[in-house]
Design a protein around this ligand. Sequence first.
Ligand code: XMP
Ligand code: MG
Length: 177
Amino acid sequence: MTKQYEVLFSREQLAARVAELGAELRRDYAGKTPLVLGVLKGAVFFFADLLRAAELPCKIGFLTASSYLHSTESSGEVTVKMPNADEIRGQDVILVEDILDTGNTLYKLTRLLREQGANSVKTIVLLDKPDRRTADFSADYVGFTIPDAFVVGYGLDFDEQYRYLPDVVVLPQDTGK
Ligand code: XMP
Ligand code: MG
């Protein structure tokens, strides 16, 4: 189905890496019941697969952070909607995000979660594009480090398209900016 696209990570590669990350979380959070927060919408496929792989007792929740306005360039400003402080206070939060790019989003979200009284805040990203980093931020767990290309599939979108693709692929040129 995704043959016409340039596949960066196949569904098999994604599943294998997600299984490893799940095992890491299971080991690192043994005896705890973290609050796992997925960043909508891009992280939902990764989030669900990761938590099934982790088999870790946890609570779940979601938040939204938007920094894109119909483009592949981050605007730098991040609009956030997150659970109330009383759901976050005292929790060991694991923030699950699809991709770490400039770092603005996760820098802001982790700061807000600490301000809301989280006991600990760790971040896990499927993909990391370190070449594009402008914020002083690194994730605690990274699936794959990738070069500076715009990628879609496995939850990641371009203008709401391509999320359904089971593989992570490079954005086709004719759709790009
Ligand atoms: P920042 O720059 O704040 O951005 O680290 C993180 C958010 O930017 C989006 N993003 C992408 N989305 N393909 C996508 O589908 C990409 O290659 C890409 N790079 C950044 C993504 O929404 C992430 O949450
Ligand atoms: Mg996102």
